[in-house]
Design a protein around this ligand. Structure first.
Ligand SMILES: [Zn+2]
Length: 105
């Protein structure tokens, strides 16, 4: 009996998702974060992680999760990201998300 071939891209992809699964919120340490994938190639290119406990959100831009505390966040990076994907943002995050939401747009 022959085992079915495993696609290496597929495995890397699953691992990446698993990795995101174990990232905790840098502010309140809540885990796991919710993951929304906006654009995907072999990896998650653009996406969003949200913390259901403190309401913060963290962008994934160019495959890199930006997990920064509020004081290091810069609206000039985060707000264009929110604007670009606002139709795909969960409504709660768009309205009440921290540290930025649609009132800052
Ligand atoms: Zn949190």
């Amino acid at each position: 009996m022959q085992s079915s071939p495993i696609c290496s891209v597929g495995v890397a992809h699953i691992l990446k998702r698993k990795l995101l699964d174990i990232l905790a919120c840098p502010i309140c340490k809540y885990y796991p974060l919710d993951l929304f994938v906006f654009e995907e190639k072999d990896e998650i290119v653009e996406g969003l992680m949200t913390c259901t406990k403190c309401g913060r959100w963290y962008p994934i831009i160019d495959e890199i999760p930006h997990m920064l505390p509020d004081e290091l966040r810069d609206g000039k990076d985060d707000l264009p990201f929110m604007k670009r994907w606002r139709d795909r943002f969960p409504v709660k995050t768009l309205k009440e998300g921290k540290p930025f939401n649609d009132k800052d747009l």
